[in-house]
Design a protein around this ligand. Structure first.
Ligand SMILES: NC(=O)C1=CN([C@@H]2O[C@H](COP(=O)(O)OP(=O)(O)OC[C@H]3O[C@@H](n4cnc5c(N)ncnc54)[C@H](OP(=O)(O)O)[C@@H]3O)[C@@H](O)[C@H]2O)C=CC1
Ligand SMILES: C=C(O[C@H]1[C@H](O)[C@@H](CO)O[C@H](OP(=O)(O)OP(=O)(O)OC[C@H]2O[C@@H](n3ccc(=O)[nH]c3=O)[C@H](O)[C@@H]2O)[C@@H]1NC(C)=O)C(=O)O
Length: 303
């Protein structure tokens, strides 16, 4: 019998999401290498459970008691070869920005205060300040749900706003190769400070999942429009359900004010979805990933 992986039953997930909401999953383990991923897949298959991967949990809203195997990526090695940085999936984005700065490499300044991991960023095509994760990616390596290892070159990866054709239900990202350019250390640091300062001015601190909904494309203006703009225009800043509210600083951020629940957050999302649709005819699309067994009563999630 294989014993390397420490699998825990009936595990409380709350601490693994940055909004600090979430119930008990049937199985939980931390993957520190590829073997542990293989072992988790085998075990989940034997128990007929789906595997859900989490990184920093900065974008995942966790339901009451998901009957699933949650695998947290804690693979955190980083290698720098010339202008290339090869990072394991559990490495935090700001760590890469700081390593790039130390090596005088430019192109990853945008991520210096983004609270996610490389793996989460690859699945979601993370981005900020008109830059996207895949702008600097050379290849993504991972393991499919049958246990096969595969490296996907950037040329085979299709991306759009906050999405790529790498889907977590088929593929667990283990490593990303990022190609940057030599730059001026002073300029790199200045850019990082500017981004961090913009973030501090425009986004709230606290228990949140960052942007709740994606930007919507405005065809007349030919640009993406912040969901925060639409939600704000509907007068929802500060609007509260139970222990959760829309931030007074940025309307697209839902804050857990203490004691907020999964259903409080879904109720807020529902309010925003229907009010924005009524006022602007725009259908907001959730940016947050929802880890829950059933959402059949919440039609807005799949609209
Ligand atoms: N621009 C900004 O200001 C912010 C951006 N973000 C971005 O949101 C993303 C969240 O990152 P993170 O907190 O680590 O992710 P999460 O832990 O929140 O996971 C989000 C989803 O991504 C999938 N996932 C995560 N890691 C992996 C992996 N290694 N392999 C396969 N699937 C994976 C999972 O899908 P499943 O459950 O289906 O398995 C999970 O539900 C990042 O892209 C981050 O940059 C977050 C906050 C602010
Ligand atoms: C926070 C995230 O990413 C953020 C990223 O940090 C910022 C900065 O570049 O740009 C996106 O937000 P965003 O579209 O809301 O951009 P912001 O710069 O915050 O806001 C744009 C504009 O919307 C308007 N706005 C925003 C919030 C608000 O309450 N009211 C309002 O009117 C303002 O005009 C503001 O100038 C990303 N979100 C998405 C879904 O693209 C995340 O992914 O979790």
């Amino acid at each position: 019998m294989r014993t390397q992986l420490d699998i825990q039953n009936n595990y409380l997930l709350k601490g693994h999401s940055t909004i600090r909401i979430g119930g008990v999953c049937s199985h939980f383990a931390e993957a520190s290498n590829e073997n542990s991923i293989m072992e988790a897949l085998e075990y989940a298959y034997s128990k007929n459970k789906k595997v859900h991967v989490i990184g920093a949990g900065s974008n995942v809203l966790i339901g009451e008691n998901p009957d699933t195997f949650v695998l947290k990526m804690v693979m955190r090695d980083v290698e720098v070869i010339g202008e290339k940085i090869i990072a394991k999936a559990g490495v935090y984005l700001p760590t890469i920005s700081r390593i790039a700065l130390c090596h005088g490499l430019t192109g990853f300044e945008w991520a210096s205060a983004i609270p996610g991991t490389i793996g989460g960023a690859a699945i979601m095509n993370a981005g900020a300040y008109d830059t996207e994760f895949f702008d600097k990616v050379e290849a993504v390596t991972g393991i499919d749900m049958n246990g096969n290892k595969k490296t996907i070159p950037r040329s085979d990866i299709e991306t759009s706003h906050r999405s790529s054709n790498i889907h977590p239900e088929n593929f667990i990202v283990t490593e990303v190769s990022i190609l940057l350019q030599k730059g001026d250390i002073g300029k790199i640091e200045k850019k990082m400070l500017e981004y961090t300062s913009y973030r501090k001015r425009t986004q709230p601190k606290g228990l949140t999942l960052g942007s709740t909904f994606m930007q919507s494309f405005d065809f007349t203006r030919g640009t993406g429009v912040s969901a925060g703009y639409y939600i704000d225009q509907c007068g929802l800043k500060g609007f509260t359900v139970g222990g959760a509210s829309f931030s007074k600083i940025h309307a697209n951020f839902i804050m857990n004010q203490g004691g907020g629940t999964f259903s409080d957050v879904l109720d807020l999302m529902e309010q925003a979805y229907y009010r924005v649709q009524e006022k602007f005819g725009v259908k907001l699309r959730p940016e947050v990933k929802i880890l829950a067994d059933s959402l059949l009563t919440r039609k807005f999630v799949s609209n």
